[in-house]
Design a protein around this ligand. Structure first.
Ligand code: PLP
Length: 361
């Protein structure tokens, strides 16, 4: 059987080893006689699963002690409302939130946040979203409630290659949904980091939040209790029933990443995968990727065929070779290969072989 490689942007490929373990444990977790799905979130079995997941993630990202790891719901877009509701209140009203607009997802965040504060777009590239504007050009607001960045734009394929420096005590909030755990980060440079799970962590329905202690306790009165970070933190992410099965799978992924050598080892593999794919796209003017080389995403690689009339035959041929879900996002067209942590280099090599073969034909 030819192996299948899934290039979906999300929900996305998970490590085979994790799926096999989940299958083995599906009906009876560790002799408990229960599936994880059937367990009380307050029982000792699930509490153990939860605590191990938090500890492993803390180790993987070297999360400092003054940061909380919270499991929320509502996805990446839910956080676009939940973040301002939790942080606008930390400064005098009326508050301003700074944004850097680098693509589709930061654009959606801007729109949502405008309900809760005034929004300042500190920078956006001229024309299409193919680069991160240099920090010298950013027009930041002194005393802003926070600065929001989407550090990997999943649709546009634009990834930050630097962490900005901010004056005063304005915290940086980063939407890392599509590249968390793919590269080494210094958590202490951020006030809060959030990520929908369905790209590099686990199943959709779980949202990860890593937040500095002093940013808890500022929620606006309109903030629903289940989304008030302080309340969620006080209840160890169990103020309401958390997405237990998704947390369990995320925990299996964290343990798997540790066995793979941790985030630094994943980053080395991700660099090698991305170099292989971009080199193939650049080597033939049959294909193009329009992102500035310094800001090309290691996770999401959008590309276009010179002759768009060949899009359908390209996708059909890819599918016949087991290369799935390569169609680009409907808002930008073309193709997109998402090569998350769980995509092995063999999958990227199979795609490169197909790119060369198709261009040759
Ligand atoms: C996928 C994604 C989202 C949206 O996540 P939902 O869970 O669908 O709300 C937000 N931000 C980024 C960067 C994403 O990649």
């Amino acid at each position: 059987m030819t192996p299948i490689y899934n290039f979906s942007a999300g929900p996305a490929v998970l490590p085979k080893e994790v799926l096999r373990q989940a299958a083995d444990e599906m009906l009876d977790w560790h002799g408990s006689g229960m599936s994880v799905m059937e367990m009380s979130h307050r029982g000792p079995e699930f509490i153990a699963i939860y605590q191990q997941a938090v500890a492993d993630l803390r180790e993987l990202l070297a999360v400092p002690d003054n940061y909380r790891i919270l499991f929320l719901q509502g996805g990446g877009l839910g956080e676009n409302a939940i973040v301002p509701m939790n942080l606008v209140g930390r400064v005098a009203q009326p508050a301003t939130i700074d944004f850097v607009h680098t693509g589709s997802w930061s654009g959606k965040s801007i729109k949502e946040a405008a309900r809760y504060a005034s929004v300042n777009v500190a920078a956006r590239p001229e024309g299409s979203f193919t680069s991160v504007p240099a920090q010298e050009s950013w027009q930041l607001t002194p005393g802003a409630a926070y600065l929001h960045l989407c550090t990997n734009e999943t649709i546009d394929g634009v990834e930050y290659n630097f962490v900005p420096t901010v004056q005063g005590d304005t915290p940086i909030v980063a939407d890392m949904s599509s590249h968390i755990l793919s590269r080494v980060i210094d958590v202490s440079q951020y006030g809060a980091i959030f990520a929908g799970a369905q790209k590099n962590i686990g199943p959709a329905g779980l949202t990860l939040l890593i937040v500095r202690d002093d940013l808890l306790g500022h929620a606006l009165p309109i903030c629903p209790s289940a989304f008030d970070w302080q309340i969620v933190a006080e209840h160890d992410s169990m103020y309401n029933t958390p997405p237990t099965y998704a947390i369990y799978i995320a925990g299996l992924v964290f343990a798997h990443l540790k066995r793979q050598g941790g985030v630094a080892a994943m980053e080395r593999r991700n660099i090698a995968k991305a170099q292989l794919l971009y080199a193939a796209l650049d080597s033939d003017d049959f294909y193009s990727n329009r992102v500035a080389p310094a800001n090309r995403s290691r996770m999401n690689v959008p590309f276009y065929l010179r002759d768009e009339a060949l899009n359908e035959p390209f996708l059909a041929g890819a599918k016949a070779r087991g290369l799935l879900q390569l169609k680009g996002h409907k808002s930008v067209g073309g193709m997109r290969a998402s090569i998350y942590n769980a995509m092995p280099i063999e999958g990227v090599q199979a795609l490169v072989d197909y790119l060369n073969e198709f261009a040759g034909r």
